[in-house]
Design a protein around this ligand. Sequence first.
Ligand code: HAM
Length: 470
Amino acid sequence: MRASHSPPLPTHPLTQNRDGKKDSSSQQQGKLDLQPPRGTRDFYPEEMRVRNWLFGHWRQVAREHGFEEYDAPVLESEALYVRKAGEEVTEQLYNFEDKGGRRMALRPEMTPSLARMVMAKRNGLVLPVKWFSLPQCWRYERMTRGRRREHFQWNMDVWGVPGVEAEAELLAAITTFFARVGLTAQDVGVKVNSRGVLMEVLAALGVPEEKFAATCVLVDKLEKVPLSAIQDDLTALGLEEAVVLRLLEVIQSKDVEGLEKAIGKDSAALGQLRQVFDYAKAYGFEEWLVLDASVVRGLAYYTGVVFEAFDRQGELRAICGGGRYDKLLEAFGGEALPAVGFGFGDAVIMELLESKKLVPALPLGLDALVFAMEAGLQTTAIAAATSLRGAGLAVDLQLEARKTKWAFKHADRLGAAYVVLVGAGEVAEGKVQVKHMATGQQEAVAVVDLGTWMSAASAASAAAATAVQP
Ligand code: HAM
């Protein structure tokens, strides 16, 4: 019973519409809005199978490169994302005050959480740290193709390696993944640059270092808007016209020779870029790489090499992006520690893979459907399913009375390799009928032997299938 002084009960969150406002019509009718919040997705089982397939590749590639998985809360202190360089990511923060009056945010990216974790255990960690994660990230983003308000993002980061050996290893992982899912260097490429190039240019023109991050964020915007649109911001930052013109000249370089002309052969940043390309040759992924001095990236914390994967048809937003961020721990009040990593979202890559028909048909992968043909045989069906499950097989046990014809159709829908028919005749002898769906062959098997029998039969048909493959 509610006391008379209790506050009114809040309306059910599911009766709020997608913009979070109360929907008067649904309130009146008490109907749920069946859409997930704007910019977010439900994952029905068939979509979840695709997501798991993608995540499986990401995990596999990360493990092949010796990376360990970590995780962190999706909810963080807002302070973790307070940076003053005018980045989109901070403007798009999902932030709020919690019931204890603390400013909180849903993570828009994983890097600050990772930095927090590394900083917390700094002295106990064996360097280099090579970690990966698959976080869901939240950004209050204007919805466009490939950009939504939540996305999953494969992250791989290396801490404690100052040289571009780490960049090369990360680029190797990215291109390995591309090849693994059937993409070629004609479909996608990775643009590589170094913010060191801009740093050198700005230093030569006498621009103070503290303006560097904000300048990079503005230069990054040039990809989307004309110079006139950010001219006021550049002026507010105190960048004279001569500096801006020089920056524009440098970022137009599209190869090593162009950059050499623009900044000189002895540039340290250019030396690092050359080394990345040399390593790419050693790994064998150089055909995927493109030097592009206009890639600066929109996040403030990058300090060195930056990179972004793109589709060569130029139809989609960046597929993934990353770079070196050696000073992030310093920004959090810690001691600097070299770091480099990337974030790779699930949205753009899935669009690309779907358009190229590279997403395989993903069956449920069930081994068997166990089906009692008559009422009263369910206990034997349970024994059969238990025997199979005990052998590690994936089994759907039919839970309600259905016709045999329906059971076969259902087994087909589920992609079950076998149907186990529990009928009165065999049950008396402690047996069941097992039908192999692909061949139609059927045989009676003792319930007690069922698990061992089906494991052996599945292994034999898997071996036969591999043998016939070219
Ligand atoms: P980012 O460039 O902001 O970098 O995001 C990385 C990738 O996440 C993008 O290339 C894209 O694939 C995906 N992504 C970002 N925003 C959205 C969105 N609204 N919808 C769908 N996909 C999106 C970072 O987040 C850095 N923390 C990456 C990093 C890790 N740098 C070093 N370590």
